[in-house]
Write a protein that binds this ligand. Structure first.
Ligand SMILES: Cc1cc2nc3c(=O)[nH]c(=O)nc-3n(C[C@H](O)[C@H](O)[C@H](O)COP(=O)(O)OP(=O)(O)OC[C@H]3O[C@@H](n4cnc5c(N)ncnc54)[C@H](O)[C@@H]3O)c2cc1C
Length: 401
């Protein structure tokens, strides 16, 4: 029981803890990637979908959503389930884009039919979701999206090119913004749900990352026909709906998170273990006071993040709703990058041995984490963009030109 738990919360926490202990799955045949958006093999997809479904059926997923839409109906319980999943260090939930972005957006802007149709299979990972926002000419400047949506009676016809689309190879559905009008950059956008798998006119092409893995993709739309019933909110409201999605993507929605372990605490523990077992001079890398100091600095920053997150739960202490999610995203992704860099430095020349190499320290985890860490400071809005928004909208500084 955590100090601030009500009796009902304590009972739920105990349920999560007991259930996770009893149901921890055996590891898959091959090592899972660090994050859900890096999943690229069918074996991992199957394993993780089965795990998410089991967690959902045990009441550990969608706890905060109304029961009418397949949720648990208990506000504040998802945070507890996420804490317990992280504590138990069980596999992550695969449907991250569904849980973290599509579901809260549908809940907020969807019709009754849309909520009932899409939310339960999303929670159970029976249907995987992806996000089609970025395009070759529209990343940071998302409102420049050019993918077109042309009205045709009761249907819309989509044409365009989305890129960096995580999980698209496994996705049944995509949340997408498309341009129905060229008159106004923002008001010309409309938000849809569109089918991806087995859909005439949709082509998904995996993109190979610097890590050698895939995970994200480009998605082409050629005369893809979707019914008007798949539009989310009004025509021309696409930008407003997209802001709801981005608010959740950047972590504003406590409780929408995907649970599972593998966070900064694991990374710090891994660094200490690595330093203690890596020979250096007559002893180990851990004997080096300068290196120990760098690891401690990382641990202090992680502790700062934890305390800031706790502060965010105290009403009146957070002066702007966007501050914590924006700040947390920048600080966490840069912290993970710095930690991976220290790990790579400890491995020294052996850091050039990669994941498939039997001789690689920790199975090549450090060079992989280092390369992946750059993607994390770009995805969901780059660090530069987050700093701009923090400066302009949270701190009220002059707008950048
Ligand atoms: C691992 C990963 C997963 C992703 N998954 C998805 C996904 O599932 N769906 C999806 O839609 N997108 C996804 N993305 C795309 C991501 O949202 C974009 O890469 C991101 O928004 C940046 O856009 P861009 O790549 O077009 O870069 P650009 O916008 O072209 O930016 C290039 C550089 O210029 C800087 N820059 C641009 N404008 C400014 C400015 N005004 N001030 C200061 N600096 C600026 C940026 O910070 C960056 O360093 C993913 C990206 C990554 C790396």
């Amino acid at each position: 029981m955590a100090k601030k738990d009500t009796p009902e919360q304590a009972e739920f926490r105990a349920h999560c803890r007991t259930w996770l202990e009893a149901n921890r799955p055996a590891p898959p045949r091959t090592k899972l990637p660090e994050l859900a958006i890096e999943v690229s093999s069918e074996e991992h997809r199957e394993y993780l979908c089965a795990w998410q479904k089991k967690c959902y059926e045990a009441g550990l997923v969608a706890c905060d959503y109304p029961s009418a839409y397949g949720g648990g109906g208990h506000q504040g319980f998802q945070r507890i389930a996420n804490m317990e999943m992280a504590r138990a260090n069980v596999p992550f939930l695969i449907n991250v884009i569904g849980l973290g972005m599509a579901a809260p957006t549908i809940l907020h802007h969807g019709t009754e039919e849309q909520k009932k149709r899409y939310l339960p299979p999303l929670f159970a990972a029976d249907e995987i979701w992806c996000q089609g926002f970025s395009e070759p000419g529209a990343g940071s400047d998302l409102a420049s999206a050019k993918t077109s949506a042309v009205r045709d009676g009761d249907n819309w016809i989509l044409n365009g090119h989305k890129v960096w689309t995580s999980l698209a190879t496994f996705a049944k559905w995509m949340i997408i913004i498309a341009r129905h009008s060229n008159e106004d950059k923002y008001k010309g956008l409309t938000y849809f749900i569109t089918p991806i798998a087995d859909t005439p006119g949709v082509t998904v092409r995996p993109l190979v990352k610097i890590t050698g893995g895939t995970g994200f993709n480009e998605v082409l739309f050629e005369d893809v026909v979707i019914p008007d019933a798949m539009r989310l909110d009004d025509v021309g409201k696409g930008w407003t709906v997209a802001m709801t999605t981005l608010l959740h993507e950047r972590g504003a929605a406590e409780g929408a998170g995907s649970g599972g372990g593998g966070g900064v605490e694991d990374r710090i523990a891994g660094l200490i273990e690595l330093a203690k077992k890596t020979p250096r001079g007559g002893g180990t890398a851990w004997d080096d006071a300068v290196l120990r100091d760098r690891i401690v600095q990382i641990a202090i920053r992680a502790a700062g993040l934890r305390q800031t997150a706790r502060r965010g739960r105290v009403e009146g202490l957070i002066e702007h709703p966007m501050r914590l999610p924006l700040q947390g995203k920048v600080v966490m992704t840069e912290l993970m990058q710095d930690a991976a860099e220290v790990g790579l430095e400890i491995t020294g020349a052996h850091g050039s041995l990669y994941v498939q190499d039997q001789r690689a320290p920790d199975g090549g985890e450090w060079p992989l984490a280092y390369l992946n860490s750059y993607g994390m400071t770009i995805a969901a809005g780059t660090s530069e963009i987050q700093r701009n928004i923090l400066g302009e909208r949270v701190l009220g500084m002059a707008k950048s030109k």
